[in-house]
Write a protein that binds this ligand. Structure first.
Ligand code: OSB
Ligand code: MG
Length: 369
């Protein structure tokens, strides 16, 4: 297949509830939807997911747009792609910038599946149609409000709660949660807010029967995480650290974690994500699917990928109404009894609402042959 055209919607969707993490507060999600068209007129859809601030990892939506327009699209021009796996090889000359790469790579996977009249799920081994899901709960210093929020999500059926924490907001909310909800599956995510000096403090987290603790230390640290994992009973899960298969190999070799939060965009796309799944299976590392407050496009992709049976731990893939008032899809993504169905259409399985895209987005064409 040859890429003949790339169109884009730059979208901003207001969040239903502001999302606070150890590093900041999000009230609106900006993202781009990329439409990649081949020589036959088949269209693949990709989502560009980085945040506007470089506070989760270094990529931002602005840096990613420049990488896409000035460095990645030129690599696609006049290239005949036989299989989407070739895209990650083609993109290798551009260092890093995984989320920029992923937006195009996943669109080309979607395009390829659609050309072949297949659902994306059919390219993975050993899949199922219903995905167990959890919900990530932002920092909420009013513990009554936090408790109400958790009660609401549990009553809806979410199978696991991820609590965002930071120094000064960790043991108290957990104390409250364990008193009210002694048996729910709960984990915490620090988004790099602690340092090695906090090890004695973090050891107190062992008392709360947590499924895991995600990314306590810096995004480029493997050694301090390994030290903490030695001293902690609770499993450490790495998120921000993991950009490539190599990072997983390093984390495994050093004992920096026992679980991986896999986000397709953070590792540059589906091809690298598949390699990481294989590696985790071989090494018996727990791997589960994380999220980036994606729109329905990114979450449809996540559902296709999480259809692989290895993803037993509930993902950060919630229903549309957990994030947004309105979706950019013709049908929102719904959760029932703690599971979400894999969208059944071709490719990522969902269709775009042009009306919503025009309401919330700005359209332009970034490449035409
Ligand atoms: O650290 O996993 C994270 C959201 C935005 C940025 C980083 C993270 C998160 C989440 C929510 O925890 C995941 C989701 O529901 O999309
Ligand atoms: Mg995280």
């Amino acid at each position: 297949m040859k890429i003949h055209r790339i169109d884009r919607y730059r979208v901003r969707l207001p969040l239903r509830i502001p999302f606070e993490t150890s590093y900041g507060r999000l009230t609106e999600k900006a993202f781009d939807i990329l439409l990649v068209t081949d020589e036959l007129g088949t269209q693949g859809i990709g989502e560009l997911v980085p945040f506007e601030q470089p506070d989760y990892i270094e990529e931002t939506i602005d840096t990613a747009r420049i990488i896409i327009e000035n460095h990645l699209i030129p690599l696609l021009k006049n290239t005949d792609i036989q299989h989407p796996k070739e895209v990650s090889v083609l993109f290798d000359v551009v260092k890093g910038n995984q989320m920029a790469k992923s937006s195009l790579e996943t669109a080309i996977w979607d395009l390829y599946a659609k050309r072949n009249d297949k659902s994306l799920k059919e390219y993975f081994n050993d899949t199922r149609d219903h995905i167990p899901v959890g919900v990530s709960v932002g920092i909420q210093t009013d513990l009554t409000k936090l408790s109400n929020q958790i009660t609401h999500y549990i009553s809806l059926g979410y199978q696991r709660i991820k609590l965002k924490i930071r120094p000064g907001y960790d043991l108290k909310p957990l104390e409250m949660i364990r008193q009210k909800f002694p048996d729910i599956s709960i984990m915490v995510d620090a988004n790099s807010a602690y340092t090695i000096q906090d090890i004695p403090h973090l050891k107190q987290l062992d008392a709360y029967n947590l499924a895991m603790i995600e990314q306590p230390f810096a995004a480029n640290d493997f050694l301090d995480h390994a030290q903490l994992q030695k001293e902690l009973e609770t499993d450490i899960c790495l998120d921000e650290n993991i950009r490539t298969l190599k990072d997983c190999e390093l984390a495994f070799a050093l004992g920096s974690c026992r679980a991986i939060n896999l986000k397709i965009p953070r590792v540059g796309g589906i091809t690298e994500a598949m390699k990481i799944v294989d590696f985790c299976k071989e090494k018996e590392l727990l791997v589960w699917l994380g999220g980036m407050f994606e729109s329905g496009v990114g979450r449809a992709l996540n559902l296709q990928f999480a259809s692989q049976k290895g993803f037993t731990f509930p993902g950060d893939i919630s229903a549309s109404d957990r994030y947004y008032y309105e979706e950019i899809l013709t049908k929102p993504i719904e959760m029932q009894n703690g599971v979400i169905s894999v969208p059944a259409g071709l490719g990522i399985g969902v269709s775009l609402s042009l009306e919503a895209l025009l309401k919330y987005g700005i359209y332009d064409t970034i490449y035409a042959k």
